[in-house]
Design a binder for this molecule. Structure first.
Ligand code: ADP
Length: 346
């Protein structure tokens, strides 16, 4: 049952008046009128006293609540010290409740603000990335329509360039789709026992032509006939494909790209090593972010979407693993990831 300050004061004052009258009635020679007068006086004075004290306490607490709400409004929440819990005062408890509720809401608001900023940045990045190949293809097609189509040499050259831009656009849309499907959870990992050596050999085969054109030696330094791990074959194929593709892209002619393994009882570490240009240390922490490139124009020229490593990171996270990188400028880079090893019959 909840009493208002007035009712509480009334009850307390009546009790005090009753006790006073009872006490006075025990004394000899005290008349009934005197008892009534004493009762009325003690009732009125205690009522006033109790009421003023209660109002004062309530106002003080309400004032505290308002002050705190004011601080919250001014975003000083982080500077507030948490009130002691287990307080007997119900208003103080309300104060605490509001405090923890507001802290929770403030955290949610901060999180939503971050997401909103991230979304805006992402849309701006995607629009920019889409614009580049669209404008290029558009330019070539319009030049052809404006007359260049009559010159056979120019026609072929421009059509090839427009086709290259559209291929880039297609790759970008594919990568964006993959990334968004992984993030929204539309792509479920299909875990099974797979042979990493066979998987890497298959990926290497796909890159033989591209490597040959650049006179790059591809090597699979296994040392193990088979290495069984618990993973999703298709997704890990994509991880190795993206890493080998980058290694070939960023390695000059005559270089080497090697896939090697380090197997312990529990895990298998896969390493993709190249003798390429390397990555300067300040960029190492950021290359797994979407659209982050060390050299934007070079990446685009090589047909890079800027999403390859972001996809690698997400797929590996889906496996509870992490992509690691070590690099020395001018010497090359090593990208690696660790997967849990299993026995073939598991
Ligand atoms: P991109 O499509 O641009 O290659 P990625 O996400 O695959 O996008 O890679 C991000 C950036 O990381 C690249 O633009 C490049 O600057 C750098 N990078 C990735 N792999 C290598 C590598 N093996 N050697 C040197 N730089 C690399």
């Amino acid at each position: 049952m909840v009493y208002s300050a007035r009712t509480l004061a009334l009850i307390l004052a009546a009790s005090i008046a009753l006790i006073t009258s009872l006490f006075l009635s025990l004394l000899e020679g005290v008349q009934a009128t005197a008892l009534i007068v004493a009762g009325i006086i003690s009732f009125s004075s205690s009522y006033l006293l109790v009421f003023v004290i209660l109002e004062f306490l309530i106002f003080r607490e309400i004032n505290k609540v308002y002050k705190m709400l004011d601080k919250l409004r001014k975003k000083e929440l982080s500077g507030l010290t948490k009130a002691k819990s287990g307080a007997l005062n119900p208003l103080q408890k309300i104060n605490e409740e509001i405090y923890s509720f507001a802290t929770l809401k403030q955290k949610e608001i901060d999180e939503l603000r971050k997401l909103e900023a991230f979304r805006k940045e992402f849309i701006a990045d995607v629009s920019h990335e889409l614009k580049t190949p669209i404008f290029a293809a558009q330019g070539f097609v319009h030049t052809l329509l404006d007359g260049a189509v009559n010159d056979k040499n120019v026609r072929t050259k421009f059509l090839k360039k427009a086709a290259k831009s559209l291929d880039g656009l297609d790759a970008l849309v594919q990568d964006l789709l993959t990334l968004s499907q992984i993030e929204t959870g539309d792509i479920k990992m299909h875990f099974e026992t797979i042979d990493l050596v066979a998987l890497c050999a298959e990926v290497m085969e796909q890159f033989e032509d591209r490597a040959e054109k650049k006179k790059i030696t591809l090597q699979l330094a296994s040392g193990h006939p088979k290495l069984w791990v618990h993973a999703d074959w298709m997704r890990i194929t994509q991880v190795v494909t993206n890493l080998v593709s980058n290694a070939i892209n960023y390695t000059p002619e005559g270089g080497e790209v090697t896939i090697g393994f380090e197997a312990s009882k529990k895990n298998v570490v896969t390493r993709i090593t190249d003798t390429g240009e390397g990555i300067p240390a300040p960029h190492l922490g950021r290359i797994f972010e979407r659209f982050y490139r060390v050299d934007k124009s070079r990446s685009r020229e090589k047909g890079g979407t800027g999403l390859g490593l972001a996809i690698v990171k997400h797929i590996l996270e889906g496996h509870g693993a992490r992509a690691e990188v070590e690099s020395t400028v001018g010497k090359g880079s090593v990208f690696s990831f660790k997967l849990p090893r299993v026995k073939a019959d598991e």
